[in-house]
Design a protein around this ligand. Structure first.
Ligand code: AMP
Length: 537
């Protein structure tokens, strides 16, 4: 027997309607190149979304078309979020820090028809636009007056594009499984892979993010996503803050500038801010050096890489700010787990509490986790057994855009992380099976670095592992075994990488060894290398 409740599709459009009706007057502050303190409201943003949708329809945009953005966190980017998805298009947020070849691959693979870029990224666009043949129109997120001279043909300003368009748009009634946005994630080898979110997955993720045991925000909060809007929808906050009516404070191009962030956090009375450890470390150092305080921040959400113990202690004890440690992946929209205490946490001593708080936290309803050994056998949730972390749930990808095969093993998505889970559900990441290094929130492929090293005539075998790093979370360490009678020093070997990979990918150091440890299947054992070289960092 079927229930007799309405079939009310979970769409970003219904979220937009809700926000306009309930929280239309809530403010959105943005810092942009043109304006250090732009203020608007959700209601105004949605009116401009309608103008944008009318303009895109005029340009011939159809449902399902991909529309790309290369932009920082500001109100215009937010208009693109809602305007594109709600008209049935796919918002494709691009990380401008990727290599030119990756950007070229991504735009062509997604077959983006339109590209909206921040003015600060114009030099990049000028170099690359000819490699984007599917892009029919380039739009610069700028006013007409501030439009720079450019070699990009027919570059149009955003304000000019939407000028004169109607404030109303007949938003289509979308099926909730319609694709709403996409984000490419780097793989260990080969090309980036497209994760395609749906309206339904986005809305369910938004509900879960707002829970008090998740990022815990409500209509009295001012929320600052330092995490970029091109990193898994800035962890969903661009949907969740409006849903609950919280104010949004958007740092534009200043996300990596501690001085600007502290000034903004204090003047805009920010209560919750979200970002990767590298950002918070810069901010802690700045607070220390200047003697300033964060006057209103209650919660800092730290994710994307493990929160270092010293960072948690500093924020909690010296600044009185609660740290919420979260874990997730682009493939998980991205929320996978969040650290919030349980009833039994209260009875723990300070050290046990801190140890628990440093774990990656518990899965909200909507995400299931399991640990498996190398043969696929399920491991106990006893806080001791360590295995491959697999997930499934309403906002977890089951495949990648235009990839034939499923991304699942036996119905589960393998995260490439290695973890334990305790009886209360607290998950703790201990290692990674994927050959990637996460430096300052961005990925470096160990395999690509190994390929470059192995191409050196003196190198017999090479391996690259992640070493913990105070500022960047992780940095690559190159370990090489030289050919018999060959000689090369560390500086020469590191110089070999120049021009072959991005500068920030080049390993920090080289260790020479007579032999690399191998697994039973003949692969270099990264686990053994990490143990062996633990002291090198
Ligand atoms: P991305 O898809 O770029 O968001 O990267 C997801 C990956 O980042 C995860 O699979 C982990 O390897 C890593 N990661 C994210 N959050 C954390 C965390 N809190 N602690 C440790 N690793 C993390």
């Amino acid at each position: 027997m079927k229930g007799l409740m309405m079939d009310y599709p979970l769409t970003v459009t219904s979220l937009m309607r809700h926000v306009a009706a309930q929280h239309g007057a809530s403010e959105v502050y943005s810092l942009t190149v043109e304006n250090p303190a732009h203020r608007t409201t959700y209601a105004e943003i949605f009116r401009r979304c309608a103008r944008l949708a009318n303009a895109l329809r005029r340009l011939g945009m159809k449902e399902g078309d991909r529309v790309a953005t290369m932009a920082w966190n500001d109100y215009r980017h937010m208009e693109l979020y809602y305007g594109i998805s709600c008209m049935g298009g796919v918002l494709h947020t691009i990380n401008p820090r990727l290599f030119p070849e990756q950007l070229q691959y991504i735009v062509n693979h997604a077959e983006d028809r339109f590209l909206f870029s921040d003015p600060l990224l114009l030099p990049l666009l000028e170099k690359l636009h000819a490699d984007f043949p599917t892009v029919e129109a380039h739009v610069l997120l700028s006013s007409k007056q501030a439009m720079p001279e450019s070699s990009v043909p027919n570059l149009i300003s955003y304000e000019e594009l939407i000028e004169g368009e109607s404030d109303s748009f007949d938003w289509p009634a979308l099926d909730e499984n319609t694709a709403s946005s996409m984000c490419y994630t780097s793989g260990t080898t080969g090309n980036p892979k497209g994760v395609l979110y749906s309206h339904r997955s986005t809305i369910l993720h938004t509900y879960a993010s707002g829970l008090s045991d998740a990022i815990n925000i409500n209509s009295t909060d001012s929320v600052l996503p330092v995490v970029p809007m091109f990193h898994a929808n800035s962890w969903g906050v661009v949907y969740c803050a409006p849903m609950v009516g919280a104010r949004l404070v958007l740092p534009g191009p200043k996300a990596g500038d501690p001085e600007a962030l502290v000034a903004m956090m204090n003047s805009e009375r920010v209560t919750t801010a979200l970002g990767v450890p590298t950002v918070w470390l810069g901010l802690l150092n700045y607070l220390e050096a200047t003697g300033q305080h964060l006057e209103t921040v209650r919660d800092l959400v730290v994710g994307g890489a493990a929160c270092p113990r010293s960072m948690m202690v500093d924020f909690e004890e010296r600044h009185g700010i609660h740290v919420i440690h979260a874990w997730g992946m682009t493939e998980m929209s991205p929320l996978g787990s969040v650290n919030a205490p349980t009833a039994s946490t209260g009875g723990m001593d300070a050290e046990a509490k801190l140890h628990q708080q440093l774990s990656q936290g518990r899965a909200p309803y909507g995400v299931e986790m399991r640990l498996v050994d190398d043969d696929g056998g399920e491991l106990p949730r006893d806080g001791k057994a360590v295995g491959r972390l697999q997930v499934r749930g309403s906002w977890v990808a089951h495949g990648y855009y235009r990839a034939e095969e499923s991304a699942l093993e036996d119905g589960w998505f393998d995260t490439g992380d290695v973890a334990s889970i305790d009886p209360e559900g607290f998950m703790r990441i201990t290692d990674r099976t994927k050959d990637l290094i996460k430096s300052g929130g961005e990925w470096i492929s160990s395999i690509e670095l190994e390929d470059v090293a192995m191409a050196h005539p003196a190198v017999a075998e090479a391996a690259v592992i992640a070493m913990p790093h105070a500022k960047w979370s992780e940095r690559p360490l190159l370990i090489v075994c030289l050919k018999e009678d060959a000689a090369v020093d560390a500086d020469t070997l590191l110089a070999w990488f120049e021009g072959k990979v991005a500068k920030w990918w080049i390993p920090d150091a080289v260790e020479f060894t007579d032999e690399l440890p191998h697994t039973a299947t003949g692969k270099v054992s990264k686990l053994k290398l990490r143990e062996q070289f633990a002291a090198a960092g």
